[in-house]
Design a protein around this ligand. Structure first.
Ligand code: ADP
Ligand code: ADP
Length: 220
């Protein structure tokens, strides 16, 4: 089952005379139950690609389909609805509102997708080892706790596709193992996962590696 597809994505950045081509014709397809790692050197286009796939950035050429529905160049409200309904997103800028508790951040994400499920919140908090931090605000969390809270929020609406940029950058090896096990279970339950990472441990657990270099997929 197709979850997410990109067709010939291009993204250009202009500053004065200079033009940077961040994406040069990237096409990919994520199927249900796939756990894919996106790896590439710094500046190769990973964050730009994830932002385009998430509908947070618009490609200059090509388009993205989520669950078979085109998302690119649709009105903001359409993109936001597709995102809330189908995608879990964890970018490096974070996905937590600082004035809301961890638990309230999760509930907000669920309500945007039209869901409300107390047990799911409890379960995710437990899996992520955040039961004691449920009423904490993001600025009170350690780096590792914040990373796990971001993932708990991204997963709270049971998304069809999880898009995450370096989700374990600040966590220790034990926590990374816990997170991996949980992501693996989610995959088996029909979700697809795309993670941009520098962690070879994380990449080694993926079913599929996508290598990006200079805005092109060089290996799949
Ligand atoms: P990565 O995530 O792999 O480090 P990025 O997607 O952040 O790569 O960047 C890809 C290229 O696009 C780089 O050359 C980067 O300098 C450039 N770039 C990214 N964002 C911007 C921006 N907002 N303005 C100008 N150039 C950008
Ligand atoms: P198709 O794309 O072929 O219509 P579905 O989207 O209906 O397939 O999903 C196939 C199976 O995966 C179903 O059993 C569905 O319940 C399950 N599934 C799909 N997405 C998720 C998800 N995000 N979390 C858990 N289970 C899911």
């Amino acid at each position: 089952a197709r979850r997410l597809e990109a067709f010939e994505l291009y993204r250009f950045y202009h500053s004065g005379e200079d033009e940077t081509v961040a994406l040069r014709g990237v096409s990919l397809r994520l199927q249900a139950e796939e756990f894919v790692a996106l790896i590439g050197p710094s500046g190769s286009g990973k964050s730009t690609l994830l932002a385009c796939l998430a509908g947070l950035d618009e490609p200059d050429g090509g388009y993205v389909e989520v669950m078979g529905v085109r998302m690119s160049r649709r009105p903001d409200a359409v993109r936001a609805a597709l995102r809330a309904r189908h995608l879990g997103i964890l970018m490096q800028s974070g996905n937590l509102f600082e004035h809301l508790t961890v638990e309230a951040n999760m509930r907000l994400q669920m309500s945007l997708a039209g869901l409300s499920d107390r047990r799911r919140v409890d379960h995710l908090l437990e899996v992520m080892g955040l039961t004691r931090q449920r009423r904490a605000h993001p600025p009170q969390l350690s780096g590792g706790e914040a990373a796990r809270a971001g993932l708990a929020v991204a997963l709270s609406a049971n998304p069809r596709v999880l898009l995450a940029d370096e989700p374990t950058a600040e966590v220790d090896a034990m926590t990374e193992a816990t997170i991996l096990t949980h992501l693996r279970e989610r995959c088996r339950a029909g979700g697809a996962i795309l993670i941009a990472t520098h962690s070879t441990a994380l990449a080694a657990h993926a079913d599929r590696l996508l290598c990006i270099r200079d805005g092109r997929i060089t290996h799949d």
